[in-house]
Design a protein around this ligand. Sequence first.
Ligand code: URP
Ligand code: ZN
Ligand code: ZN
Ligand code: ZN
Length: 470
Amino acid sequence: MTEVLIKGGRIVTAVDDYDADILIRDGCIDTIAREITSETAILHDAAGLLVMPGGVDVHTHMEFDLGMAQTCDTYETGTRSAAFGGTTTIIDFALQKKGESPKQALDRRLALAEPQACVDYSFHIILTDVTPETLSELPDLINQDGISSFKMFMAYPGVLMVSDAEIFRSMRTVGSQGGMVTVHAENGEVIQVLIEEALAQGNTSPKYHALTRPRIMEAEATHRAIRLAELAEVPVYMVHLSAKEALDSIVEARDRGIPAFAETCPHYLFLTIEEYDRPGFEAAKYVMTPPLREHECQHALWRGLRFDDLQVVSTDHCPFCFNENPYGINRSKQLGRDNFEQIPNGAPGVELRIPLLFDGGVHGNKITLNRFVQLTATAPAKMFGLFPRKGTIAVGSDADLVLFDPTQVHTLSASTHHSNVDYSLYEGRSVTGKVKKVFLRGQLIVDGDQWLGSTGAGRFQKRSASGRVL
Ligand code: URP
Ligand code: ZN
Ligand code: ZN
Ligand code: ZN
């Protein structure tokens, strides 16, 4: 039996904040007490450090094929990068190809991730082909395979987008089994008209990515998704919410008691549309969907995080290299040099969620320390059926722990991150608060700058379909 003792730390969960020791046995939290002594346990001194639950990032795209290009992090490099950022569980995506069953999509992804994952993982299944056969597989996926959430796209026509009818049918089936539907909410068809108009006028630079994806088309789709979910009687979760007007729709629904939820991502909290004014092709680094928004949206999002109109912060880690890279130009942002529509959509950030949100949120006095843990670990774990195994520090929970120095100042840079991607959205930004040690089920996997984890040690997590709604 392996025993690990973490001594002298300040334990912070979504609700607690106290000094205590933690004894870990066989990967789980065995005892929490003011003073624990052990002759046999491996000792870690946590004096001066916060001890927090390992982060849960419910929106990442490792080895993700977006049609035009594939993201540059493998399950190995992406999950290692996550670990260095204090995240010990990710929920990634299994994309159903046309003609494929959702179960086949899941099996493909499991086979890819299993030998590589460095932290624990699960998948949301992206439904792109909603046939009667597809629908008939969903109950078993939810009740036996531990996949309790599904994603659909209202954007990317011809690639990922599904119709309202397909969304509604899927919602009814998922809802009947107690599952969750997540939605990329933007009006894809209208956005396509705007893109074609911009290109016809010779407006090809990255900035037009933002100008052709207006906030009110995110709001329109958000409202539509909520109303479809309301009729279908299923909880609905909006991914990467960016626009103030979309948040207004969430607030309106929640005020009526509808189980509507949303996440936002660090880039919407820390960056604005002004990034697209960068010279040359630099702005392409910031081409993600939805695009960065105006300053007033940031204020609305922070307010939403404080008042629980927004429940989760995830990364939407979707890294495409900026330069031609070892994988070849077909995977880089350079694809869109002459046409913004060809720039692979997505930005990196799986390693920066916890440092950024601590610095801007807690250190910056926008959210409390407890709320920070709630947003980055507890709420995502509850929302997607991983709690209480993940997302908190409690007797019996997995010993996924982050030892965090709340005072250490450091500089974010592509030269020090662990992702394969060749740039950082936050190059040169100084932040206060640093991940010092990370434990995955009791194993020390990150110690300062040292990687101690192992490839393939991450485990697939079956998720439950009940008890998630906050
Ligand atoms: O730009 C983004 N977000 N790319 C990833 C795919 C998606 O829409 O989440
Ligand atoms: Zn999306
Ligand atoms: Zn301001
Ligand atoms: Zn995404």
